[in-house]
Structures are given as C-alpha cells and as structure tokens.
Design a protein around this ligand. Structure first.
Ligand code: TXA
Ligand code: MG
Length: 326
C-alpha cells in the first residue's frame, strides 16, 4: 500500500473516485469524495459496514456547514465557530448536497472539521482541483466493521492488507487524541451527545449556555450511530474492566495483558501493554494497546479504567463496548 505524506497524490486519487486513508487528530479515516456514490459504496464494501450506518462528511472549514446542512440552530453555529477545527462532529438537517448514500437515507447529516494539518491541506488541495470550496469527504474510521479504530498509518495498513492493496495512505503520524470525535445531535431544541469524545458536555454548556442531554438506550433504536452499538471496538482478545484491587489479586498468566494508568502496578507474571501517565495519554494509547494484545497473541486484556472526568468518559465508553459479551 502506498504510504505518503504528500497531499497532492491523495487529493488526485480522491478526485478520481478512489479511496484514501486520511489522518485526523482522533483516529484515521477511510475517505472518499462525499459527492461520488460509487466511491462511497466502496467504503461500505471495504469496511463490511451495513448500508444504513451513515458516514461523517469532513469539510475544510465551518463555512461549509451551511452548504451541507439546513435549519442550523444558533447553538450549532456557536459550537462550530468555537470548537472547529477539532474533535467534534455536528449532526444537522441535511441539504440537497448530502445524498442518501451518505446519510443512510436519514434526513440528517454528520459534519466535521478536523484539526489535523494534513487533513486541512488535503481538503484545501481537493477544493482547489475541484473548484468547490465546500467539497466534502466522507470518512468513517479506517477499520473493518466492529474492529479497533486505527490511530497510526501502520494500523491502517494492517487492517486492509490483502483487501485493498492499492489504498493510498496519507501518513500524518500518530493521532493526538486517540478516540473518535464527540458526536452532537443539533436537530432538537438543545444539543444532545450521541457519542462521547474529547469535547465534553461541560464544553458544550460553556459555549452554548444550554444543558446537554445524553442519548438514552431507548434512542438507540432510532439514532443510527454504529459507534453506539453495544459491541464495537473489539480486538480478538477478550477485554474485561477491573478495579485496581481486582487486578492486584490476579495470578501470573503470560497470556493476559494489562492496561492501566502508570500509578497502578502490574501484578507479577502479567503482560503490561501500556502505562499511560494521564487520562489523555490513556485515550491516546488505548487502541494501539488493544492491537498490541492481538499482535502478542494474548487471549485476555484486563483494563483498569481511568477516572470518568474529561476524556475519561470516552475511554470508559470504548472499553465497555470492547468488553461487551465478556
Ligand atoms: O473521529 C471520528 O469521528 C472519526 C474520524 C475519521 O473523523 N470518524 C468516525 O466515523 O468515527 P465512524 O463512521 O466510524 O463513526 C461515525 C458515527 C457512526 O456511528 C454513524 O452512525 C454516526 O457517526 N453518524 C453519521 N451520520 C449520522 C447522522 N446523520 N445521525 C446520527 N449519527 C450519524
Ligand atoms: Mg468507527
């Protein structure tokens, strides 16, 4: 698979209707022109993703929001102005630009402006060669459906080796946030978080002055967020959430990996996967550590979650889904 740090060939490939793996500060995406139904259909085929799971449209800047959405409430514009570029996706009513093949036939569209400099440069180049400043690229996380999201170009390569050998990978280095963007539904009278991420309810309340609601399990039937399926982000190894005390009581076992903050010791005979110093570090290393468990052939990962503040809520959410069924 060709790996490059040059946006020109990546933009040319997108313009021609090919898929390109793109870096963002959250996770890597598998991108296609959002106005090309054939290119977008390939994303679904390659990922093995059900067709009714809508995609996020990535655009160059906040001005493009009004090209992809309609009836955008003030609070959504405030969030866009203050938090983009950044790890935030806004769901708004769609304009005619957002085809059924992007939205899964829903009347809403998810839009994001990533802060990654290469992603910004790529969208700038694509806008230039297509003469369309609001051009969007549809990109879900660049992993097979239900699997662990990639936070490095080498992860994308592992994921699609033998499946799409001609995939161009734009290498932007390791993702600095490490878990997917916060998704905020902006189609009701107040913002509602559909997926937790680096932007928290406190950030939203500070900027909009409005209370956010969170999606309840009842909503899951109607809001099609694949990241909100109970089982997702799963490595081959089984994942179990444990407390520090439970971890300390484990007997030696060379097939069990440990993921916990640095301050928590590894019991003798278990395999330490990572020792992040802070909650933000935990988010950054989380997916790489789950991949490492599989690379080492471990059968089980014991994870002591970080405290729930800030990015901790998103880390706990992803660990819980990775552990589902255990
Ligand atoms: O950080 C991220 O958001 C990454 C990077 C690549 O941008 N992308 C990402 O995409 O996580 P994906 O497809 O793995 O997750 C996007 C989520 C899906 O769960 C999808 O169902 C939801 O966004 N989504 C997309 N459009 C939606 C809509 N109109 N209404 C509700 N949810 C939507
Ligand atoms: Mg995903």
């Amino acid at each position: 698979m060709p790996i490059t740090t040059d946006v020109a060939p990546a933009a040319a490939a997108l313009q021609a209707g090919e898929l390109v793996a793109v870096p963002t500060e959250t996770v890597y995406g598998l991108a296609a022109r959002a106005d090309d139904p054939h290119a977008v259909a390939r994303i679904y085929a390659v990922k093995g993703r059900p067709a009714d799971h809508p995609l996020i449209v990535h655009v160059k800047d906040a001005t493009a929001l009004s090209h992809w959405g309609i009836d955008i409430p003030d609070f959504a514009n405030q969030l866009a102005e203050q938090l983009w570029p950044g790890p935030m996706t806004l769901v708004v009513r769609r304009s005619a630009r957002a085809g059924d093949f992007i939205t899964g036939g829903q009347d809403t569209v998810a839009v994001r402006v990533s802060a990654h400099p290469l992603m910004h440069a790529l969208l700038g180049e694509l806008a230039r060669i297509t003469h369309d400043d609001a051009i969007g690229i549809a990109a879900p996380s660049a992993n097979r459906f239900g699997k662990v999201s990639p936070t490095d170009a080498s992860h994308v390569q592992q994921e699609f080796e033998g499946l799409v050998d001609d995939l161009v990978i734009l290498d932007g280095g390791p993702s600095s946030v490490g878990v997917e963007s916060t998704i905020i539904d902006c189609t009701a009278t107040a913002p509602r978080i559909l997926r937790t991420g680096a932007i928290t309810d406190a950030d939203i309340e500070r900027i909009t002055g409005m209370r956010t609601t969170s999606s309840t399990s009842d909503d899951k039937e109607t809001v099609r967020v694949s990241g909100s399926l109970d089982s997702h982000y799963s490595p081959d190894a089984t994942v179990r959430l444990v407390t520090e005390t439970e971890l300390a009581m484990q007997a030696a076992d060379s097939t069990t990996g440990v993921l916990a903050l640095d301050a928590i010791a590894t019991p003798t005979g278990l395999v330490r996967l990572s020792a992040p110093a802070t909650t933000d570090d935990y988010a950054r290393v989380l997916y790489a550590a789950l991949r490492e468990a599989d690379a080492l052939g471990l059968t089980r990962v014991l994870a002591v979650p970080p405290p729930p503040s800030g990015l901790g809520a998103a880390v706990i959410d992803r660990l819980t889904r990775a552990a589902h069924g255990e």
